[in-house]
Design a protein around this ligand. Structure first.
Ligand code: 5U1
Length: 708
């Protein structure tokens, strides 16, 4: 198989001394390959990401200026190619075999394999134990990677074992798969292994899909398979895949090591990712045998970052493998010894609502108990109403439940056609099942939330800790453990209850010395003198962080004015948009939240209603009330320095350009933010313009109103 001729140049170039650019490009490729290997395969980066990006950008620039220097193994060429109509078939040079499965998940499964091998090799009881390579059975997709002279030229799926599909474009996007092998490389080397998705990558991908309102994936294997068979390589590049090598296909020009285990070590030395959890076991039983490895990995299974469904045992000696041969496309010398499944079928008995610490309402399926992923599962999350509707789950349905790793069990789908009779669609409650407060869903959000805030028992601990933190009213000593004791013991229900605690009540708590109780009471007393921004922030109103609390305090001056402000007035506060305004309004529309404020006042909590000095000072700063966006590289100031200068001058730095942006400060290689500023007509400054702005006294500046 020849290299694609997308890349001209180097092979055909006349044999003259390489140009300095060619030498630099080659050096950069080597350097980037080495760093990518440390980052993706060894998980041990040796330079900061920014440094890697700089080298990468240098190579990109060189290749852009000298296209003849482009090579297929260049690290810049991971995502390339266009959207395909379909995949081209690839005939495997050596058929891709499958593996026999041992479904007996007990130790006897390993013993049966060893007994069969010994029988087929005609070994007697007095012969020494057989050496087996034992490794993990990854729950992914088998792939054949073909390297010619060390360069990846084709990646193909298994297909029917004889013929697969060419998925090279997508596989090139997998950072862990080397585009070029290291060291002395064979003429032809086909590496076989499994492409898979890590659990954390899978969870994050599904979270992103949910946020976008797009289809979620049932499990990491399906997500990996979907990514590999994605026709658009740019989309495949956004689906984070990983890879482990475990075997060979065609080989030319390499003396393959005599044992499977040594072969894996050799692949690893060439830069291939090979899973560290592997061993050579002698026989089935005994401390170092197959059974011990199966049990050890079984105990580790939940904490592994990826799904496995069993252990693969292989006769380690390649000579013995050849003697054993294979039957019906399965080698006699290997077996997959399974673990209990991580997905099972069961029935939904009901759908309950759980209220989380932040007020989020989660529908949870109550299930007929089922043993899955090593534990008995009786509940499984349905995430939110949209997920529930998308999966069409109703009470009485037969569903697939998945539990893998530490991830909470979830319903991944309904078995079609097994619904008993008519069952109404599930509806979200309009009142919180814990505290009875109104349930809302903000526009553009998928989650329903209880508006009870401080009043809702489900949110109480979180609310107390939030109120007590240093950035809010600061109650020194009121941490997780004490809050647990106070709430669980029924001593504190709402924030004002904190101020009813005396030394006696506190000292009666478990492991609370008199002195500590006195300290807490003193801290509570001290916290009563606070400021309006801290108090407001401490109330824990959704979307009201410290900065917004300060803006609200500065704008309204008094809490009663904030509590009564209609949305239009709230919208007049700088940086308060419709979502924040609605959230503040909803919070203070709940009578119990207003009651909490009144009771805190009655308990003696006081705050300086406004901060005249801060407000006066701030108003005289040159960038008071201005929002700026930074883009590109400024000639002398770093991004952080520019941000600090703007903030010191009373301005705010935002991450994206909108109609509310007052100025965009653009440096070299400014991208889409600059374009957006031009489209919206936002004034654009260079660094000198920014410095002039910072130096000017506020009144002399022309007012640039934010546009509507
Ligand atoms: N680790 C590993 N997984 N796995 C899957 N090795 C391995 N070998 C396989 C398969 C299908 O097949 C060979 C034994 C042919």
């Amino acid at each position: 198989m020849s290299q694609p001729d997308l890349f001209g140049g180097s092979e055909l170039a006349p044999a003259s001394a390489p140009s300095p650019e060619a030498e630099r490009a080659a050096a950069l490729r080597e350097l980037l390959h080495a760093h990518a290997h440390r980052y993706y395969v060894l998980d041990d980066p040796s330079i900061p990401d920014a440094e890697y990006d700089k080298l990468f950008a240098e190579l990109q620039a060189l290749e852009a200026a000298h296209p003849e220097l482009l090579t297929p193994d260049s690290p810049t060429q991971r995502v390339l190619g266009k959207v395909l109509d379909g995949f081209t078939p690839v005939r495997h040079a050596v058929p891709m075999l499958s593996i026999r499965t041992e479904t007996d998940t007990e130790a006897s499964g390993a013993e049966a394999f060893d007994a069969r091998i010994r029988r087929e090799l005609c070994l007697t009881e007095t012969d020494p134990p057989v050496a087996y390579a034992a490794e993990l059975k990854f729950d992914g997709l088998a792939i054949n990677l073909r390297y010619e002279h060390g360069v990846l030229v084709t990646a193909a799926t298994r297909g029917d074992g004889e013929q697969g599909e060419d998925v090279t474009q997508n596989i090139r996007t997998v950072g862990q798969i080397p585009l070029k092998l290291q060291g002395a490389v064979p003429e032809v080397l086909e590496v076989r292994g499994e492409v898979y998705m890590r659990r954390d990558d899978f969870e994050a991908l599904n979270e992103r899909q949910r946020e976008k309102g797009e289809k979620t994936f049932v499990n990491p294997r399906n997500a990996a398979a979907g990514a590999v068979r994605q026709l658009d390589p740019a989309i495949a590049a956004q689906r984070p895949l990983s890879f482990f090598a475990y075997g060979l296909g065609e080989v030319q020009g390499w003396e393959v090591p005599a044992t499977h285990s040594a072969m894996l070590d050799a692949l690893q030395a060439m830069g291939m990712p090979v899973c560290e959890h592997r061993t050579v076991a002698l026989g089935a039983t005994g401390p170092d045998g197959l059974v011990a490895f199966h049990q050890r990995m079984g105990a580790l299974r939940d904490s592994l970052p990826f799904d496995i469904d069993g252990i693969v045992y292989k006769v380690d000696s390649r000579a013995l493998q050849e003697r054993l041969g294979f039957v019906s496309r399965e080698p006699r010398w290997a077996v997959a010894h399974k673990y209990p499944a991580q997905e099972q079928l069961t029935q939904v008995d009901g759908i309950d609502i759980q209220v989380g610490r932040t007020g989020k309402l989660t529908p949870v399926a109550r299930l007929k108990p089922v043993f899955v992923g090593g534990v008995t599962v009786t509940n499984a999350t349905l995430h939110n109403l949209f997920e529930l509707r998308r999966k069409r789950v109703r009470v009485g349905d037969t569903v697939i439940v998945r539990r893998a790793g530490d991830v909470i069990p979830e319903v991944v789908g309904v078995v079609a056609g097994e619904r008993p009779a008519y069952v109404p669609n599930f509806r979200m409650p309009v009142h919180c099942p814990v505290c009875g407060s109104t349930v809302v869903r903000e526009r553009g959000e998928v989650d329903h939330r209880c508006t009870g805030g401080l009043f809702c028992a489900a949110q109480r601990k979180q609310a107390l800790l939030h109120f007590a933190q240093r950035r809010a009213v600061e109650i020194e000593g009121l941490g997780d453990k004490l809050v647990d004791q106070l709430v669980d013991g029924g001593l504190v229900r709402t924030l004002p209850d904190l101020y009813k605690l005396g030394v006696m009540k506190l000292a009666a708590l478990d492991r609370m010395a008199d002195k500590s109780a006195q300290n807490i009471v003193a801290a509570l007393e001290k916290s009563k003198q606070t400021t309006l921004p801290r108090f407001l922030f401490g109330l824990g109103i959704r979307h009201v962080g410290e900065a917004t609390a300060k803006d609200l305090a500065r704008h309204f001056g008094q809490i009663d004015r904030i509590m009564d402000a209609p949305e239009e007035q709230l919208l007049a506060v700088r940086d308060v948009g419709p979502v924040v305004a609605r959230s503040i309004r909803t919070f203070f529309d709940q009578p119990h939240n207003r009651e909490v404020v009144e009771q805190l006042r009655a308990a003696g909590v006081t705050w300086t209603e406004h901060e005249p000095s801060a407000a006066a000072d701030a108003a005289s700063l040159p960038l008071f009330g201005k929002t700026l966006v930074l883009t590109g590289t400024l000639p002398t100031l770093s991004r952080e320095e520019a941000k600090a200068l703007i903030e010191e001058a009373g301005g705010k730095v935002a991450g994206s350009v909108s109609k509310k942006t007052h100025y965009v400060v653009a440096g070299e290689e400014a991208g889409s933010k600059l374009e957006k500023a031009q489209t919206l007509g936002v004034p654009i400054l260079d660094e000198a313009g920014l410095q002039a702005l910072l130096a000017s006294p506020s009144p002399a500046l022309p007012e640039v109103p934010p546009q509507d």
